[in-house]
Ligand binder design. Structure first.
Ligand code: ADP
Length: 218
């Protein structure tokens, strides 16, 4: 099964992808997570990507395509993928479609998480994470037991550099200009499912599961 999670920064892609891949047994491929690991490890890819990420710009398509192709090949033996953060513009969507055509693969569903911009900004500005285990927290919705430290690791919580206010605005405008055309692109191909992401995380998970189960039996 191949699922794509589409949605603006803060729409809940990462949270939902983690829950769903566990439930569905799929491999979670988050381009944002893979890039952040590369930056942390100081690889060639990480060094090339860092400046783009910290300013809220997209990383060049060729780097992303090579990276995601390699990850899909590494995980080809599994039950399928959930792509999170990719594709992110029309050129990437078209490259992905060519790759899948060659391999005789099809996209089962594109799940579009829709939330109003004011809600996205609120979520991103309250977001913190544990650098050790990657657990996410949100002020004031999902607080750690002790202020500022991770429940699992006792580690001091951090903000992603791209969650600073000016970078958030840039990421949202990049989404509007470059990524949101994919909503129409996939809608016209008939495999877009729109989910209201302005509700609780549990409700969003339930709706996605119900939508995916319909495709499975169709
Ligand atoms: P969010 O969706 O919350 O903005 P991500 O973790 O998906 O965050 O991505 C963080 C950053 O990584 C992006 O702002 C961008 O610089 C880079 N990135 C992630 N995926 C892609 C992609 N498919 N193409 C280009 N850049 C990407």
């Amino acid at each position: 099964m191949i699922l794509i999670l589409l949605g603006a920064p803060g729409s809940g892609k990462g949270t939902q992808a983690k829950r769903l891949t566990e439930k569905l047994g799929l491999t979670h491929l988050s381009t944002g997570d893979i890039l952040r690991e590369a930056v942390k490890a100081g690889t060639d890819l990480g060094n090339k990507a860092k400046g783009f990420m910290n300013s809220g710009e997209l990383v060049p398509d060729d780097l992303i395509i090579d990276m995601i192709t390699a990850k899909m090949e590494e995980n080809a033996a599994g039950a399928g993928f959930m792509l999170d953060g990719f594709p992110r513009n029309l050129a990437q969507a078209e490259r992905l479609s060519e790759i899948f055509e060659k391999k005789n693969l099809v996209i089962d569903q594109v799940i579009y998480l829709n939330a109003p911009e004011a809600e996205l900004v609120k979520r991103l500005s309250g977001r913190f994470y544990c650098p050790q285990c990657n657990a996410g927290y949100n002020y004031p919705m999902h607080l750690p037991k002790n202020e500022g430290v991770c429940d699992n690791e006792g580690e001091k919580l951090l903000r992603r550099p791209d969650d600073e206010e000016d970078v958030v605005q840039k990421r949202l405008s990049v989404y509007r200009e470059q990524t949101s055309p994919l909503e129409e692109y996939y809608r016209s191909q008939g495999n877009l499912v729109e989910i209201d992401a302005n509700t609780s995380p549990d409700q969003v998970t339930e709706e996605i599961i119900s939508s995916v189960s319909k495709v499975k039996t169709a």
